[in-house]
Design a protein around this ligand. Structure first.
Ligand SMILES: C[S@@+](CC[C@H](N)C(=O)[O-])C[C@H]1O[C@@H](n2cnc3c(N)ncnc32)[C@H](O)[C@@H]1O
Length: 226
């Protein structure tokens, strides 16, 4: 769980280089991860979707393109990140804290959050708040980092704690903003732990799908239908 003021300031400082840095550090895999998430969303044919912690809007843009009949709202508490989302073409943006969303209960068919929940100050409170704005029977999709298992794990940890902060430092000039990334990934619940957390927060039909050897995972959950 993270300090909100530090997180907002860190993202404000890296906002201008965020998209490029992501593509470089993930070797472009982040583009594919968002396409996999969007393919799941398309099957539900949502009328209204909220992308929480949308940042520079990469996921919101992909959903807007792939689901033209869906009203997509991108929210984030960092205005500097969200300004990039708007200038890149996200039609509706709103500066808002994920722990206090300015929407009535059950407004959205789907809520998404990509690489955002891990940065929040209180995971259960954030999940309950996202659940509040989802319609009964609607869906939550989380995309976030996890740790690969087996032989990959020590190599990935080395990359995460030693290589990535250096490379990100060169690209953004803000190495400290990436130094906390490794710790946040280590502390973030993954796999069955995340599914349990989701169930404790009132969600049903939970699932976890690791991608790219477990470097990231998609968590899917629904609000009970009644
Ligand atoms: C790693 S970026 C992810 C951006 C985007 N979703 C993506 O996939 O690239 C994390 C974002 O979470 C936002 N964030 C963190 N805590 C938040 C909160 N409590 N409320 C709203 N946004 C938050 C940050 O401002 C930042 O833009």
């Amino acid at each position: 769980m993270q300090d909100a003021a530090y997180v907002r300031d860190a993202f404000a400082r890296i906002a201008d280089r965020y998209v490029l840095t992501n593509h470089v550090l993930s070797c472009g895999a982040d583009i594919w991860w968002r396409k996999v998430v969007t393919a799941r969303i398309r099957r539900w044919k949502p009328a209204r979707l909220l992308d929480v912690a949308s940042g520079t809007g990469d996921l919101a843009l992909e959903i807007q393109d792939q689901c033209p009949d869906c009203e997509v709202i991108a929210s984030d508490f960092c205005a500097e990140m969200l300004a990039h989302a708007a200038s890149r073409g996200v039609a509706r943006t709103m500066v808002a804290d994920a722990l206090q969303l300015p929407f009535p209960d059950g407004k959205f068919d789907v809520v998404t959050v990509a690489f955002g929940l891990r940065n929040m100050a209180d995971y259960p409170a954030a999940l309950r708040e996202m659940g509040r704005v989802i319609k009964p029977g609607g869906h939550l999709l989380i995309l976030d980092f996890s740790l690969p298992g087996g032989i990959l794990r020590p190599f990935y940890r080395f990359y995460l704690h030693h290589v990535l902060p250096r490379m990100a430092g060169w690209l953004t000039g803000q190495r400290d903003a990436y130094e906390y990334l490794g710790g946040s990934i280590e502390a973030f619940p993954s796999g069955t732990a995340m599914m349990e957390l989701l169930e404790n927060c009132g969600f049903v039909e939970t699932s976890a799908t690791p991608l790219t050897g477990g470097v990231v995972s998609i968590y899917q959950a629904s609000r009970p239908a009644s």
